[in-house]
Ligand binder design. Structure first.
Ligand SMILES: C[S@@+](CC[C@H](N)C(=O)[O-])C[C@H]1O[C@@H](n2cnc3c(N)ncnc32)[C@H](O)[C@@H]1O
Length: 275
C-alpha cells in the first residue's frame, strides 16, 4: 500500500468488491490485486461482465421509470461504487433536472472519486456520504443527507448489487425495512441482487472466491430476493432477471446487441412502491 493510499484508509493489499466491479465494467480505477481476484471470478463465471453491464442497464431503466412514471425526484443510492458514466444522478437529471441524489458507500476509494458524483445540474443537487448500510441510523442521520433530501417527500432507495454483500447474520431484511421505514408513502425500492438460481455450482465457486478474498457474500434465490419487497407494491414485471425488467425503458450503457441468457446475467431485479 502506498503512503497516500494508506493515509486515506485505502487498503490495496487485498481485493475489494468496488474495485473488482470497476474491472468487470472495463474501468481503470482498480489495483492489480483487484484485477487478479476479478479474473479468478471470471474464470469460474465468464458471465460476470454481462452481469455487471446488465446491472447498470437495470439501474438506468429503473431510474427513468421512477422519474417519468412515479414522480420520484429524490434518490438515496447506497453501495454506489466507483463512478461509472452515466451515474444515477445523470440518468435522473436527464429526465428531471431538479432531481436530488445522495450517494453512499463504505469503500474509502469511492470517496476519492466522489467529486465525479457531485457534478449536478444547477437545478438539482447531489452529495456523497461515506457510510455503511449496516448502520442505517447513522446513514439516515448524516447532516449531508438532510441538506439534500426532504424525507417528508418520496425518495427512491436504490440498492443495486449491494445486499449480496450483507450476510443473513447481518439482518439484511431488517436493514432494508429500517431504511424504508424512514421514507414516506410513494417512496420506492429499486434493488438488484446476484443469484445462484440458474447455475448453483458456478455461484458456489464465486461465493468461495469472494469469501477467501475477505468479502463474505450471500447470493440469494428469487424467493429470498422477493422478501426485500414485502409490504411494497411491485411494479410490473415483478422480480425478473435484469435484462427482462422493462427493456422498453431504454438501453443500458453498453448494449450487447444480442440478448444474454438468464444464467449469464444471474441477477434478480425489481422495483416496488411503498403504499
Ligand atoms: C458491485 S458494486 C455496485 C455498484 C453500483 N451500485 C451498481 O450497481 O452499479 C457494490 C458496492 O457496494 C459497496 N458496499 C459493499 N458493502 C457495503 C456496505 N456494507 N455498506 C455500503 N456500501 C457497501 C461496495 O464498496 C461497492 O462499491
Amino acid at each position: 500500500m502506498t503512503n497516500s493510499h494508506a493515509a486515506r484508509g485505502i487498503d490495496t493489499s487485498r481485493p475489494h468488491s468496488a474495485r473488482m466491479y470497476d474491472y468487470y465494467l472495463g474501468g481503470k480505477d482498480h489495483f492489480e490485486v483487484d484485477k487478479l481476484a476479478a479474473e479468478t471470478v471470471a474464470a469460474a463465471y465468464p458471465g460476470i461482465f454481462v452481469c455487471a453491464r446488465e446491472n447498470r442497464g437495470f439501474m438506468h431503466r429503473a431510474t427513468r421509470v421512477l422519474a417519468r412514471e412515479h414522480g420520484i425526484r429524490q434518490w438515496l443510492d447506497i453501495g454506489t461504487g466507483i463512478p461509472t458514466e452515466p451515474n444515477l444522478h445523470q440518468v435522473a437529471q436527464s429526465v428531471v433536472p431538479e432531481a436530488r441524489v445522495v450517494y453512499a458507500d463504505n469503500d474509502p476509494l469511492v470517496l476519492k472519486y466522489a467529486e465525479r458524483l457531485m457534478r449536478s445540474t444547477p437545478q438539482g443537487r447531489t452529495t456523497y456520504i461515506e457510510a455503511d448500510v449496516n448502520e442505517p441510523d447513522t446513514l439516515l442521520g448524516a447532516p449531508q443527507l438532510a441538506e439534500v433530501l426532504d424525507l417528508s417527500r418520496p425518495v427512491a432507495l436504490s440498492l443495486n448489487a449491494l445486499m449480496h454483500f450483507v450476510t443473513d447474520a447481518q439482518d439484511p431484511y431488517g436493514l432494508v425495512n429500517r431504511l424504508l421505514d424512514a421514507l414516506p408513502s410513494g417512496s420506492a425500492l429499486a434493488l438488484s441482487h446476484c443469484t445462484p438460481d440458474f447455475d448453483p455450482g458456478t455461484w458456489e465457486k464465486v461465493t468461495d472466491i469472494y469469501t477467501r478474498a475477505g468479502t463474505p457474500v450471500r447470493f440469494r434465490s428469487q424467493k429470498d430476493v422477493a422478501r426485500f419487497f414485502d409490504g411494497l407494491e411491485l411494479l410490473d414485471p415483478g422480480i425478473t432477471v435484469g435484462h427482462h425488467w422493462r427493456p422498453d425503458a431504454g438501453q443500458g450503457d453498453t448494449p450487447t446487441g444480442q440478448l444474454p441468457t438468464d444464467a449469464e446475467v444471474s441477477l434478480w431485479t425489481g422495483v416496488g412502491i411503498k403504499p
